[in-house]
Ligand binder design. Structure first.
Ligand code: ATP
Ligand code: MG
Length: 328
């Protein structure tokens, strides 16, 4: 059996607002990953996906705080470590993130080649290219591999590039040190459809070439995850509500929220083209209130009075996990 390279145990995270209010953005998330696995995470806007990513990288920077739980990479805990320790010993080498908005991730007053050099310098380690010349050479090789107009892109400021070139540059830079694991947080959300396809192809080319082997891929698009992920977790109001193989979650969802989410998607099956998506009525609960009972109960068409009283624990239903006492 292959070893677990990434383990998350009952992770809960909160923001502390300047009014002293706690926003419980992530609650009781547990999962583990083996080398070579792709986990997809999907859920509505504001359900805590990006906050979870910060926690998974050990980057709980105020106003975000760990409430409880643990995250381990190769058995080594990332919790309660300083930001500088995480930046110099974990990020870019063990875990790298492809962020949601490439433009915000790139310093607008530095050329792409200088941004890359800064990133590498911050993570200088054994096996990393050491001199500026070596860094530049590896950058060129990597950008060539992506089929980019390498010299022009490297010598440009972010504003001079297209959105696709910026996102590809971010992916190139964040995977330059061949991290074991990549977390892609909605890497295509700001791109047009054809650029989205190119960027996704590029990420999977990197996987195929063994530049990294394990990935968490976050998106709103469940049908995309069905094609690219081994396992899928569905997040709602800070919690994982269902987790199983891509086939189980997409083709045979058991949590009422996953079922509603699938119903809200336009089907890509040709036989079902006339089907209309069904919107999920209502809105998720505020994450700053104390939540009692099932967090989806207010919107669930099958909720009974007990659902609003009893907090649901995630449990095995067949061979997948579901956070609903009534799921079969
Ligand atoms: N700095 C902050 N202070 C307080 N609350 C915050 C802060 N940043 C995010 N939140 C809240 O935490 C919750 C989770 O936000 P998060 O950005 O993680 O969601 P998301 O699932 O990534 O959404 P999206 O799909 O839009 O990217 C939201 O309710 C959000 O308002
Ligand atoms: Mg997000």
């Amino acid at each position: 059996m292959s070893e677990k390279i990434f383990e998350v145990d009952h992770l809960s995270l909160h923001y502390l607002t300047r009014f002293g209010e706690k926003v419980h953005a992530v609650t009781d998330v547990s999962f583990s990953m083996k080398q070579g696995e792709i986990l997809g995470i999907a859920g509505e806007s504001g359900c805590g996906k990006s906050t979870l990513v910060s926690g998974l990288m050990g980057m709980c920077i105020p106003p975000l705080y760990p409430t409880s739980g643990d995250v381990r990479v190769n058995g080594e805990s990332l919790m309660n470590r300083s930001e500088s320790d995480i930046r110099s010993n974990v990020l870019a080498q063990k875990i790298s993130m492809i962020p949601q908005g490439a433009f915000n991730a790139l310093n607008p007053v530095r050329k792409i080649k200088d941004i890359a050099a800064d990133v590498i310098a911050a993570h200088q380690k054994q096996g990393s290219p050491s001199s500026a010349k070596e860094i530049y050479q590896r950058l060129c090789e990597r950008f060539d591999l992506f089929g980019m107009d390498t010299q022009r892109v490297l010598n440009s400021y972010p504003i001079q590039l297209t959105a696709g070139e910026r996102q590809r540059s971010v992916i190139g830079i964040s995977t330059l040190l061949n991290p074991r694991m990549v977390i892609a947080d909605e890497p295509t959300s700001a791109l047009d459809v054809s650029t989205q396809k190119e960027v996704i192809k590029m990420i999977f080319d990197l996987l195929e070439k063994g530049i990294f082997s394990t990935m968490i891929f976050i998106t709103h698009e469940l049908p995309l995850l069905y094609h690219v992920a081994d396992n899928i977790a569905i997040m709602y109001a800070g919690e994982f509500v269902e987790m199983g193989t891509a086939e189980q979650v997409v083709k045979d969802p058991r949590h009422p929220y996953t079922q509603a989410l699938m119903g809200a998607m336009l089907s890509s099956e040709s036989s079902q083209r006339s089907r209309k998506p069904v919107a999920i009525e209502g809105a998720p609960p505020s994450l700053s209130q104390t939540m009692v009972g099932c967090r989806f109960a207010e919107r669930c068409t099958r909720a009974c009075p007990d659902c609003k009283k009893n907090t649901q624990s995630i449990r095995m239903v067949g061979d997948r996990l579901v956070r609903c006492d009534y799921a079969k």
